[in-house]
Design a protein around this ligand. Structure first.
Ligand SMILES: *[C@@H]1O[C@H](CO)[C@@H](O)[C@H](O)[C@H]1NC(C)=O
Ligand SMILES: *[C@@H]1O[C@H](CO)[C@@H](O)[C@H](O)[C@H]1NC(C)=O
Ligand SMILES: *[C@@H]1O[C@H](CO)[C@@H](O)[C@H](O)[C@H]1NC(C)=O
Ligand SMILES: *[C@@H]1O[C@H](CO)[C@@H](O)[C@H](O)[C@H]1NC(C)=O
Length: 333
């Protein structure tokens, strides 16, 4: 008892002596810390925190709100770290949404949206994934969803970071790979070549990649038609990825087919154009990505998606849209 009184007294004295820069903080385990604000050195925090299965890491919750700690996970959100239907451990934010990077086992890590673990643009093989942020993939995904713009030309790297050179909305800048923020001045598109990150051998003379130039031109024509009250008959479907290259699936109006980055067809995977909403071509693309890497791919459906059930009898497994095992009695059809 005496000890506690003494302790409190010394806190009071400390606070009185040092004005507002110190305060008392009660840790979750009942410990009391004296806080110095603002937080001086985040490198003093424990770097690699391991939380219980029903908890997730959140910043600013221990050591006077300066360090990350474990907090209970919001189980009402879409992401559940204890999800028993998958064979890998989902990485969740404490509000129950998916973190941008999801590693499915020790094979591959994908960029994902907040509400599902199904890939968006951006991946790394597991062994190269330690610095992966998916910041650009998430940014473009959100911009597409929220802005209604069809002419977004931000470029992400294959791993989901921001490309060094960025042009969007007629202005260009050199970007920080992790945030996309300008690291130099921002210039009109006509002055792109003056930027220090412009490299003619990498970029060429034109920022827009082939798929994008078609898609942006089409978006601007459609917009002009709309403004004149004309209805557009949408015949071609141009689907570009977040690096400006051709997306996984394309359509010529009758057939939906799986495509490589240059727009060429992959294998003979195809379906009716009217089926396009159910097609992802993940299996077709992965087969091509794995060519020559010694990695074997699973069986694809004729349309280029993963076949939901793989193997026979006792060896039968069910896989998700990315080809990763899910623990379910009956595979989705
Ligand atoms: C919260 O955490 C972040 C990341 O660790 C850190 O940069 C920031 O200073 C913290 N904010 C406060 C108010 O302590
Ligand atoms: C948990 O998630 C739900 C749904 O996303 C949200 O409505 C609720 O406010 C969240 N609760 C907490 C404590 O974050
Ligand atoms: C959930 O938390 C993440 C990380 O703090 C934040 O970026 C995101 O906006 C939050 N989403 C919702 C719906 O609260
Ligand atoms: C991750 O970043 C660190 C520090 O910059 C670097 O040393 C390491 O090689 C990077 N890892 C990969 C796989 O790129």
């Amino acid at each position: 008892m005496e000890g506690i009184v003494e302790l409190l007294l010394s806190f009071l004295l400390l606070c009185a002596a040092s004005g507002n820069s110190h305060s008392v903080w009660y840790e979750d385990n009942g410990d009391i810390s004296v806080c110095e604000k603002p937080c001086v050195d985040p490198s003093q925090c424990i770097a690699d925190i391991k939380c219980e299965d029903d908890q997730v890491v959140q910043n600013n919750v221990t050591v006077c709100g300066c360090c990350p700690g474990c907090v209970p996970h919001n189980i009402t959100g879409p992401c559940n770290p204890k999800d028993s239907t998958v064979t890998w451990k989902p990485s969740c934010e404490s509000n129950g949404t998916y973190k941008a990077v999801q590693c499915k086992g020790d094979d591959r890590c994908f960029c994902t949206p907040p509400d599902s673990s199904t890939r968006i643009f951006g991946f790394q093989w597991f062994e190269n994934s330690e610095n992966m942020t998916c910041a650009c993939s998430r940014y473009v995904w959100e911009l597409k969803k929220n802005s209604g713009r069809k002419d977004i030309t931000i470029h992400c790297t294959e791993g989901g970071d921001f490309d060094e050179l960025q042009c969007d909305n007629h202005i260009c800048w050199c970007a920080d790979p992790r945030t996309g923020n300008p690291q130099t001045r921002v210039v009109p598109e006509t002055m792109m070549k003056l930027l220090p990150c412009y490299d003619e051998t990498k970029v060429g003379t034109q920022y827009l990649r082939q798929c994008e130039s078609y898609a942006v031109a089409k978006a601007r024509i459609d917009e002009a038609f709309l403004q004149h009250g004309t209805t557009i008959i949408n015949l071609d479907y141009i689907n570009c990825d977040y690096d400006g290259s051709y997306g996984f699936k394309q359509s010529d109006g009758t057939t939906c087919y799986c495509a490589w980055k240059d727009g060429s067809r992959i294998g003979s995977w195809a379906s009716q154009a009217t089926e396009i909403a159910n097609v992802d071509c993940n299996c077709a693309r992965d087969t091509k990505y794995k060519e020559g890497t010694g990695r074997k791919n699973l069986v694809c459906l004729p349309n280029g998606n993963y076949q939901p059930s793989q193997g026979d009898g006792a060896d039968k497994i069910c896989v998700d849209k990315d080809g990763y095992t899910i623990k379910m009695g009956d595979c989705a059809e």
